[in-house]
Design a protein around this ligand. Structure first.
Ligand code: CP
Length: 317
């Protein structure tokens, strides 16, 4: 199959194994393109994409913008702080007005879970979810899994640990769906106060002893403690959190083996991970960022192909 099964990217939950394998194959081609001296192809020359960010972002916003530019698309960047949203305009009205200006595709980051789904149902556009509240962050999970796939090859049967603030994390949920589709074994480690109710139903196991969990895994994805989403206190203080769940040399020395280290960013250095681990040889953190551009190029290209756009090159060049 060389077409995605979906018309929007709302979450990993709506993808299948073929979709992921097509996205990885396409991203590998685009990774080669963005490492050429001329990093651009004219494939999406006739497409206009609006990046709507209602929440702060560094990596995802810049990565989408670069992916779109590398594909030759026209782009519009919208930031809620300087828009008529502040005068009370609704999300749907805002998007319909942007679409009336002949925009073809919307990339949306929004604090409300389900906002991308809502736009896909209420507007006539292709929607890419760039993170909706604590629900899903599909492109992050795809770039995380792609970075693992590049290093571990087949993820089937591999042991992947996710450590940290699971309850507030859209990255965790999207990663769990993606890793399940790829056949990996997924374990979660965090204080029980940061574990969502019934999460075991998603085919994951729980281990609160983080050293034991690290001994088990081939790779660990360390999540940021999302203080901005915490309306109450989930653990006594950062010092205690780091001592019990923070990734540091002490804990890694105890496991006596090499594991791959991922973090979606932004990083709270010294809280969930120490600087020496961020910068260690086993850290894939900047590879993840590089792969983000190729993954987002692949998603945009594959969704545009489904929209029956006359792509400048049907073959990726
Ligand atoms: N990983 C991630 O989504 O980072 P940003 O919030 O900076 O986009």
């Amino acid at each position: 199959m060389n077409k995605l099964s979906v018309d929007h990217l709302l979450g990993i939950k709506s993808l299948n194994e073929n979709d992921i394998s097509l996205i990885f194959k396409t991203a590998s081609h685009f990774k080669e393109v963005i490492n050429r001296p001329i990093k651009k192809v004219p494939t999406l020359r006739d497409i206009t994409i609006a990046n709507l960010f209602f929440e702060n972002s560094t990596r995802t916003k810049i990565s989408f913008e670069l992916a779109e530019k590398r594909l030759g698309a026209d782009i519009i960047n919208f930031s809620s702080s300087s828009s008529s949203v502040n005068k009370g305009e609704s999300l749907i009205d805002t998007v319909n007005n942007i679409l009336a200006m002949k925009v073809d595709m919307i990339v949306l980051r929004h604090p409300n879970p389900g906002s991308s789904l809502l736009l896909s149902q209420q507007t006539n556009s292709c929607i890419i979810n760039a993170g909706d509240g604590a629900h899903e962050h599909p492109t992050q999970a795809l770039l995380d899994s792609f970075s693992l796939y590049e290093n571990l090859k087949d993820l089937n049967g591999k042991n992947i640990l996710i450590v940290g603030d699971i309850i507030h994390s859209r990255v965790a949920l999207s990663n769990i769906y993606a890793l399940n589709l790829l056949g990996a074994n997924v374990k979660l480690s965090c204080p029980l106060s940061l574990l969502p109710k019934d999460i075991e139903k998603l085919n994951v196991t729980i281990e609160t002893d983080v050293v034991k969990a690290l001994k088990w895994c081939d790779a660990v994805n360390v999540l940021r403690v999302q203080r901005e989403r915490m309306l109450k206190s989930y653990f006594p203080d950062n010092r205690e959190y780091s001592m019990l769940f923070g990734l540091d040399v002490n804990k890694l020395n105890k496991i006596k083996k090499d594991i791959l280290i991922l973090h979606p960013g932004p990083i709270n250095r010294g809280v969930e991970i120490t600087s020496d681990i961020v910068e260690s040889n086993n850290s894939l953190i900047l590879d993840q960022v590089e792969n983000g551009v190729a993954i987002r190029m692949a998603i945009i290209y594959l969704l545009a192909s489904k929209m029956n756009f006359q792509l400048t090159n049907n073959e990726i060049i």
